[in-house]
Write a new protein. Structure first.
Length: 271
């Protein structure tokens, strides 16, 4: 039977996240993201109206010097690239998110009041719920195996940040000298440990912390022959953005992320 995507409302799969106002401090925004593990925070004009005026991303917080305690949300917030209304269907939302490479978007009502956030995770959760047949396909059909960027346990934190900025990656796999994956370092790891601009500048951290001191272990890994639903389950249950694919010797050979799963779904219209 054809999947009736027009009747799948994004409201059924929205994510509730904290919000901030333009007058809130960056310290408060950083604390909210650290405690809630949210990827973005909607910025509302005021609590009374809840009108959307911008967003704060994790990366924005890492760009702000921790010594500038007087910085406010209004100084670093940005305009969202996508905003969805209540009537948008899930497939319409997914197509636009993939087109502009934006994994998160605020949802507003007809008065532009924030009611939640829609994300790739929302779509993955839906696919798991209905047991979509695309999730039975092997991961190797949908994983990315070229252009992988890795770091090592002894890589300085400032170099990790440079790579994240250059390649627009929110996380990087950590491998040993035999190319076996041993951990992951993500923007959240940097935020949760209190790193900000001063700690990421070359002149101040050449003798500073290394990846091994803050990376997350163990990494989420699967074999390429595993069904795609295994990766989807890991993403939803662990609240992560991607799963790394390894061979029998634990050597990194690819990655499958939320957008790969969403792309796979949009290529198949039958359940």
């Amino acid at each position: 039977m054809v999947e009736n995507l027009a009747h799948i409302s994004i409201l059924d799969y929205l994510i509730t996240v904290p919000y901030v106002t333009p007058r809130d401090s960056i310290t408060r925004a950083r604390s909210l993201i650290r405690d809630s593990r949210a990827r973005i925070l909607p910025v509302v004009s005021e609590e009374r109206t809840m009108k959307l005026v911008g967003i704060i991303k994790r990366r924005s917080l890492l760009l702000v010097s921790s010594t500038r305690s007087n910085i406010l949300v209004k100084d670093v917030m940005e305009e969202p690239r996508i905003v969805f209304g209540e009537t948008v269907s899930m497939d319409e939302a997914a197509k636009l998110m993939l087109k502009v490479d934006e994994p998160y978007a605020p949802i507003v009502d007809d008065r532009e009041r924030v009611i939640g956030v829609f994300s790739y995770e929302s779509i993955v959760e839906y696919l798991l719920k209905i047991k979509h047949r695309v999730l039975e396909e092997p991961i190797e059909r949908h994983m990315t195996s070229k252009g992988l960027v890795v770091v090592h346990q002894t890589t300085p934190i400032y170099h990790v940040w440079q790579l994240m900025l250059t390649h627009n990656f929110p996380a990087l796999p950590v491998v040993d000298d035999k190319k076996r994956i041993v951990g992951v370092i993500a923007e959240y790891d940097l935020i949760s440990r209190g790193y900000a601009r001063p700690y990421l500048e070359v002149n101040t951290v050449r003798r500073g912390p290394k990846v091994q001191e803050i990376m997350s272990t163990p990494p989420a890994t699967l074999y390429p022959t595993a069904p795609l639903y295994k990766a989807a389950e890991m993403i939803v249950k662990r609240g992560i953005g991607r799963v790394y694919i390894v061979d029998e010797d634990s050597k990194l050979i690819g990655v499958v992320d939320r957008s790969d799963i969403v792309s796979a779904w949009l290529g198949i219209r039958y359940t």
